[in-house]
Design a binder for this molecule. Structure first.
Ligand code: SF4
Length: 105
């Protein structure tokens, strides 16, 4: 099953910052939003807004971010507290579209 590119930090360019984490392009809102975060990364273009990651995370790393007009879902799990991640992998394992890649720093 296709999911987030595990090598996105080599294969993509940083397009900017959002709430303290990097955004990896291409970014063409509202339909193309890129990957949010680096060590705790969510491919916003794959995220279906399921929310299992938010429920699973023991460190409250994620919060909802509204993305009206995006074809996959109109809200995304945003890794706003990426630096709090303890790399337990819970979020990665429950994500239905495999949109999350955890890369311990
Ligand atoms: S790996 Fe664990 S601590 Fe880190 S964001 Fe995912 S669920 Fe939260």
């Amino acid at each position: 099953m296709a999911g987030i590119d595990p090598d996105f930090q080599s294969n993509r360019q940083k397009a900017g910052e959002h709430k303290g984490h990097a955004v990896w392009g291409p970014v063409e809102p509202p339909t193309k939003l890129g990957i949010h975060g680096s060590s705790t990364a969510v491919d916003f273009d794959l995220c279906v807004g399921d929310g299992a990651c938010i429920d699973a995370c023991p460190e409250n790393v994620y919060e909802w971010f509204e993305t009206p007009g995006h074809p996959a879902s109109e809200k995304k799990a945003d890794p706003v507290r990426e630096e709090s991640c303890i790399y337990c992998m819970a979020c990665e394992s429950v994500c239905p579209p495999v949109a999350i890649k955890i890369t311990p720093r």
